[in-house]
Design a protein around this ligand. Structure first.
Ligand code: AKG
Length: 308
């Protein structure tokens, strides 16, 4: 089994640089909390109601069909004649909040799970990060803290694939133990503490797109052949990215990242409300070096984090 992350083709399996996640199904509430604390993530198989995932997927696909991004009635096959340029897979925020999406990402099933793990009533950010990832695209490695550093650091992300996402289509990829391994300590002290709005760093906010750089820290990458109704929950300081979409014939990968906080914790208010601003100002100008003068490479050099 192989997978691709950007320029790197990698073998997947026990003892390799990329390994498969072990599901956390069947653990007690305490067991789930301990596993999250230990490994920085929880992979849960078949926990969402299939009808809700399917309805959300169909609503998103219908919208992508009407935009000409995917072919009509072809279950997500990309339209080779589309001029649609994805921007890191971002889709209009209103689509992420359509009734079918909200019925899934704010479902009792998901909320109940998050409450079990957070050990409290749960609050979720109004903004949802829906992605339609095109052929050859993936997310670079980052910690979510850099986009969410104005709320509690105890918040969790729940990544939801809207459909089966195998190694070829390319789903989430987490760096095992990066939230606590000593080899990531300096990364956590520096990079993970920035706020993209104020750090003055241009680009995506990603720590690196180079899987070799991540592997040089010595912690394995973990992924899975995800099925519709699976989820992955992880911490704000867990380093992660995604595999590249190498589907053939070319197909869109649809997934949604949602953020959850314990009721007692402070949320990142930028993402709350009917039409949240989030980090939109940074996002719109993020490649403008006049506004954000430093590159991530320069920042890493200053932090003593340049590997090669
Ligand atoms: O789906 C992806 O490509 C990346 C997901 C991600 O970065 C997240 O859930 O925080």
């Amino acid at each position: 089994m192989t997978c691709r992350i950007g320029a790197q083709e990698m073998t997947v399996g026990p003892g390799n640089e990329v390994q498969l996640m072990s599901p956390a199904n069947g653990l007690s509430q305490k067991g789930l909390q301990e596993r999250l604390h230990e490994e920085g993530f929880l992979y849960l198989k078949e926990v969402l109601p299939k009808n809700l995932v399917l309805a959300a997927r169909n609503a998103v696909l219908a919208s992508l069909e009407s935009l000409g991004v995917v072919l009509q009635g072809e279950n997500g096959k990309l339209n080779p004649n589309s001029s649609w340029e994805t921007d890191q897979g971002a889709v209009p925020p209103s689509l992420a909040r359509c009734p079918e999406m909200l019925a899934l990402v704010e479902s009792d099933a998901l909320r109940g799970l998050m409450e079990e793990i957070l050990n409290d009533k749960a609050q979720t950010l109004d903004h949802k990060w829906l992605r339609a990832v095109g052929k050859g695209e993936n997310s670079g490695f980052h910690t979510d803290s850099v986009y969410l550093n104005q709320g509690s650091r105890e918040a969790l992300t729940c990544w939801i694939p809207l459909g089966d996402v195998d190694l070829r289509l390319g789903g989430l990829c987490v760096v095992k133990n990066s939230h606590r391994d000593v080899r990531y300590e300096r990364v956590r002290e520096t990079y993970s503490n920035i706020d993209v709005d104020t750090a003055g760093i241009h680009g995506t906010g990603w720590f690196t797109e180079d899987a070799r750089e991540i592997l040089s820290y010595g912690c394995p990458l973990l992924t899975a052949s995800f099925k519709m109704t699976d989820i992955v929950i992880f911490r704000l300081d867990t380093m992660h990215g995604s595999l590249s979409n190498g589907s053939d014939p070319a197909e869109v990968r649809i997934s949604c990242d949602t953020r959850w906080y314990a009721a007692k914790d402070v949320v990142d208010a930028r993402y709350m409300g009917e039409d949240p601003v989030g980090t939109a100002t940074w996002w719109a100008s993020r490649h403008n070096e006049k506004i954000f003068p430093t590159s991530m490479e320069e920042a890493k050099r200053a932090w003593g984090l340049v590997k090669f």
